[in-house]
Design a protein around this ligand. Structure first.
Ligand SMILES: C[S@@+](CC[C@H](N)C(=O)[O-])C[C@H]1O[C@@H](n2cnc3c(N)ncnc32)[C@H](O)[C@@H]1O
Length: 239
């Protein structure tokens, strides 16, 4: 279990919105300024703040980490941030759109979250879970390249997409759909990796971590390192 209270500073400093994920959350959710939106496991608020900026929707974020929430609150007077767990959402049925990014692998029982998301969504409301499929975990650039030990560690904690789909259907969601997005950029500074701003780097041995960092440093001397973060977006609708 990753303690986000301990890693909030590194997370806030290094983790940014994936532009293609944001684009899809905005376009495919169908939300506008009259919508009410909830991000579950919002962390420091990167995505929900960006969604509010794009849409003017009434936005809420929830997360169990007080320190992540403290950082989120310091960034907005309008988004409401509330402490809470995905599996026990403390909201009534008011939302048009509920989403999570990089959170579902932290949940032992995704069904409990999907049931809660279903309960707090209005009819025709949408749910989106942004996560990594097995194929994405195996081909992450640069994580799988420099820290191949993260593959085994993450395959253990990430739920197969087929299991997530089954749990969503059990919770009542229909019109399930998947999209994969990617975005390439050149990395010139590896501080985020040195600071372990990616939770899987906390799951590998010290030797594996140090070897990966040394290889990154060596490759950087020859030029920037190509990064292509990819995500799978899993959608469902409450009828
Ligand atoms: C990798 S961070 C993602 C934060 C944010 N969604 C983002 O993409 O910037 C994972 C977040 O999930 C939260 N989390 C962990 N367990 C959770 C749970 N049971 N319910 C809700 N959030 C949880 C952590 O506190 C952390 O803020």
């Amino acid at each position: 279990m990753i303690d986000y209270d301990r890693f909030a500073a590194e997370y806030a400093q290094h983790r940014k919105v994936h532009p293609e994920v944001l684009k899809r959350l905005y376009h495919d959710s169908g939300i506008d300024m009259d919508s009410i939106v909830l991000e579950v496991g919002c962390g420091t608020g990167n995505y929900i703040l960006a969604i509010e900026g794009l849409t003017g929707s009434q936005c809420w974020g929830t997360d169990p980490s007080d320190i992540m929430l403290e950082k989120a609150r310091s960034r907005s007077d309008t988004v409401v941030f509330q402490r809470g767990l995905a599996e026990r959402l403390d909201f009534p049925m008011v939302f048009d759109f509920v989403f999570s990014v990089d959170v579902i692998h932290h949940l032992k029982k995704p069904l409990a979250y999907f049931e809660e998301a279903y309960r707090v969504l209005k009819s025709y409301g949408k749910l989106c879970t942004v996560t990594d499929s097995e194929e994405i975990i195996r081909s992450r650039e640069p994580l799988a390249v420099y820290f191949p030990e993260t593959i085994k560690a993450d395959l253990k904690r990430y739920h197969p997409i087929s299991d997530l789909r089954e749990a969503m259907e059990t919770a009542g969601f229909v019109k399930l759909a998947e999209t994969t997005v990617e975005f390439t950029y050149l990395l010139t500074d590896i501080q985020a990796y040195k600071d372990k701003a990616f939770s899987c780097l906390h799951l590998i041995s010290k030797e594996a971590f140090q070897r990966g960092i040394a290889e990154m440093e060596q490759d950087l001397e020859a030029g920037p390192i190509q990064c292509t973060p990819r995500y799978l977006l899993l959608w469902g609708t409450k009828i």
